[in-house]
Ligand binder design. Sequence first.
Ligand code: PPE
Length: 320
Amino acid sequence: MSSQTSTSSAPTTTSSLNAGLIWFDGRIVPEAEAQVSVLTHALHYGTSVFEGIRAYETERGAAVFRLREHSQRLLDSGKILGMLPSWSVDEIETAILDTIRANERHSCYIRPLMWYGAESLGVNPGRNRLHLMVATLPWGVYLGDDAVRKGAALLTSSWRRSSGDIMPTKAKAGGNYVNSVLANAEARELGFDEALLLDKEGYVAEGSGENVFFLKDGILYALAHSVNLRGITRDTVITLARDMGTPVESTMATRDELYIADEAFMVGTAAEVTPIASIDRRPIGRGEAGPYALAMRERYLQVVCGKLPEYHHWLTFVDS
Ligand code: PPE
């Protein structure tokens, strides 16, 4: 009888993500050399924290959008998990900028990840060392061009967003994302673009990877933080809306309030500003990408690409 086990040489584990050179515990190495043990604590228990950041091409070369806030949130996520990293916010910023330069990226999605290593197994993170890596990836429109052009079709998920007494929802922690993965997979399998998650009281929380806004009678409503991730794009969009003269309020809302909104849209680093055309097959407004959402998307893209000098304080130019 043949055995399933082979003792041949180690498999190569390079991804197909074109990450190129990766910053890994202080060294910049090819992706194939940025390897971890299969006994890594984070792989078993989800004990990692991460960020999603974008750099855009501007007239002055690549610029990272809100680098300080993202780097600080990575450390904050670690703090929530009780991690004791040795990297400062400045060192994380430098690692990110060095990785972009090493790969000569003009624009990219940036994924820093901090995690417990493989010194001990068992729930207690105990003696595990902390590791840090930064990858940069070429990444386009998150939910696809169609979702942006026509507006995304959302499904209220049968999975609820974890509440803050069950999971640390303010931490961008690996383990938390099982919730997002399940909700997103359910929506996709049923033919929708994205999932909308309710909190345990039934208020709309957020998308699997986005914060949500809706517009009603000229007022822009940002869904309150409650159990949501404290989104940096959410904060950006609130500022841009106010600067455009739109009144903005933070609110709790049930799903039916969104059904009868004039417009709704999702925001996030990956999703940028993505209009919502329908929720649970009910058309929102005219059932297409709404004019306010499209104007906000346009404005957002101008800001991140450095076209509006009054927002340059949000940009870190890679080559300055
Ligand atoms: N909520 C969740 C659950 C979330 O994951 C994100 C970001 C946001 C809100 C928006 O946060 P911010 O990027 O600070 O505006 N989701 C990241 C991961 C997406 C992924 O598929 O991975 C992102 O947008 O980078």
